[in-house]
Design a protein around this ligand. Structure first.
Ligand SMILES: [Zn+2]
Ligand SMILES: [Zn+2]
Ligand SMILES: [Zn+2]
Ligand SMILES: [Zn+2]
Ligand SMILES: [Zn+2]
Ligand SMILES: [Zn+2]
Ligand SMILES: [Zn+2]
Length: 241
């Protein structure tokens, strides 16, 4: 039995009501943490957010709109009552500058990733040809380079290997990648982790050193991550056969 580090009581701590500090292995009652019931944090989201237990509808997986990783069903999370924004408590209350991934929101209001409705067929093509890759500065909006613009051999910014074919390039910066590397930006299930979809992240999601589940080396750059299990593999291991 672990006492709550705030009230020091051992009042029943169920998995749903207890919070554990991952760095120091200390336990807390959720109520004792005094998480604000509502917050307005414009740098994360334009609307006010309320803290509620997140109940997933019909088992669909939901992702944090800030860090892009899974939000556990039945855990508390901040959600918006105006739109469908959802984020981890720690992602909203974090003191550091918010992850640039919040820019996803800006992109998601942009035409090319709006869901095409009948009569908008012309937008479907644009949608299909672009891939989004999480980056440090912004989310790279990747499109295949046109044959006539294709000049020199480049290095993939995701896996660091040479690109021999037609690269995908970001529309905003000079980030370039293999088509198959950029494809990993779509949430995907990997043969190495079949239970949950993995998110392509530009660096490990925590400050704490994380080791690749395959080669055990420290993960430094791009990686595939599962928040549910803290499963992480570096990109070179993900690409190996
Ligand atoms: Zn307590
Ligand atoms: Zn998050
Ligand atoms: Zn909202
Ligand atoms: Zn970019
Ligand atoms: Zn690559
Ligand atoms: Zn590895
Ligand atoms: Zn998992």
């Amino acid at each position: 039995k672990y006492p709550c580090q705030i009230c020091m009581g051992t009042r029943v701590m169920s998995l749903d009501s207890c919070y554990r500090c991952v760095e120091c292995e200390l336990y807390f009652h959720f109520e004792c943490l005094k998480i604000p019931a509502s917050v307005v944090k414009k740098s994360c989201h334009i609307h006010p957010l309320v803290c509620k237990r997140f109940l997933a509808e019909n088992d669909s997986l939901e992702y944090c709109d800030i860090c892009e990783t899974l939000v556990h069903a039945k855990h508390h999370a901040y959600s918006c009552e105006i739109c469908d924004f959802l984020a981890h408590i720690e992602c909203i209350l974090r003191e550091e500058a918010p992850s640039p991934l919040y820019l996803k929101e800006l992109y998601s209001s942009h035409e090319y990733i709006t869901i095409p409705t009948v009569g908008e067929d012309c937008q479907t093509d644009k949608l299909e040809n672009k891939l989004l890759v999480n980056g440090i500065e912004h989310i790279h909006v990747m499109t295949a380079v046109q044959m006539n613009e294709f000049e020199n051999v480049q290095c993939c910014d995701i896996c660091d290997e040479t690109i021999h074919g037609i690269p995908y390039e970001c529309e905003i910066c000079d980030f370039a990648a293999h088509d198959y590397c950029a494809e990993m930006g779509k949430l995907s299930k990997d043969r190495l982790h079949l239970n949950h979809p993995l998110t392509l992240l530009p660096k490990p999601p925590t400050q704490v050193t994380m080791h690749c589940e395959i080669c055990r080396k420290d993960v430094q750059g791009f990686n595939l991550f599962c928040r549910l299990c803290d499963f992480i593999i570096d990109i070179s291991c993900a690409l190996k056969d």
